[in-house]
Design a protein around this ligand. Structure first.
Ligand code: NAP
Length: 240
């Protein structure tokens, strides 16, 4: 079980994207942690026992935040949504594949939606205890770390999300110095998102359960000095 003792006993948590591979594993891990008094999941599949949220619909984000306000404040809010491929979206291998609609779809799914989640959920963070807002990003969103190219829309959208995270950390520090905003890179994880691409991966691939443990461990160790940064599953700071 992951040590989450940097949070107060009886802390409250929230996972947006609870239907996803990593999001579901985070809910399960938090639910099993004795220090966590309550974990709430939100997803587009509200029938699965989650509250409803659709990141393409800001009204639903606002309504979800409003409904959860009486159950807060929250010490840990994790946004675990994102998109790499879908019915109408596949990552570009070359600039010749660039299309405005696909670029906008990536930006919407990986930056606009999570940013609107921050808009409505950052005010629900607890204070003055340790509180963390973490958004699942990806190492491929690092400009400095990009030596491979390709996946233009996904990479650019994650880079834009990383800028949002830095901006939110700066703004939040003025109002709530104990609150931490971080981006997280989970490594390659066995989920629907990575399924079509895992064959080309040369490094270790984690189960969602292992990934959730890594991420919660990084969150537990995160301090004020980490706010605004991207942290990898092993705690390494990823260059911007
Ligand atoms: N898996 C990896 O190897 C890997 C590597 C690096 C980074 N990441 C990042 O980790 C995060 C989680 O990925 P995952 O692997 O767990 O993928 P996943 O299993 O495909 O889960 C993606 C989640 O995002 C949700 N989502 C997408 N668009 C949404 C919207 N408009 N409104 C509400 N929910 C929406 C999905 O909801 P539905 O269930 O309703 O579709 C699902 O819960 C993503 O940000 C991804 O970029 C993953």
């Amino acid at each position: 079980m992951t040590d989450l003792s940097s949070f107060p006993d009886g802390f409250r948590a929230l996972v947006i994207g609870a239907s996803g591979g990593i999001g579901a594993a985070l809910v399960t891990a938090l639910d099993a942690n004795p220090g966590c008094a309550a974990v709430h999941g939100l997803s587009r599949r509200a029938g699965d026992g989650h509250g409803f949220i659709d990141l393409d619909d800001e009204d639903s984000i606002a309504a979800a935040a409003q409904a959860l306000t009486p159950l807060g404040p929250f010490h840990l809010i994790i946004n675990a949504t994102g998109q790499l491929h879908g019915d109408e979206v596949t990552p570009e291998k070359t600039w010749r594949h660039l299309e405005a609609d696909r670029l906008l779809a990536y930006y919407r799914a990986n930056c606009v939606g999570p940013a609107l989640v921050a808009k409505h959920f950052l005010p629900l963070l607890a204070k003055p205890e340790k509180a963390v807002f973490a958004a699942l990003s990806a190492r491929v969103g690092s400009i400095a770390d990009n030596h491979v190219g390709g996946w233009h829309g996904y990479r650019a959208a994650k880079a834009a999300l990383n800028m949002m995270i830095r901006n939110f950390a700066i703004e939040l520090k003025l109002k709530t110095p104990t609150a931490i905003v971080i981006g997280l890179h989970p490594g390659t994880v066995e989920t629907a998102l990575s399924a079509p691409f895992r064959g080309m991966v040369k490094h270790e691939v984690f189960t969602p359960e292992t990934a959730a443990g890594h991420l919660l461990s990084v969150i537990n160790r995160a301090g004020a000095e980490d706010s605004g940064h991207q942290l990898a599953w092993d705690g390494q700071v990823i260059a911007g």
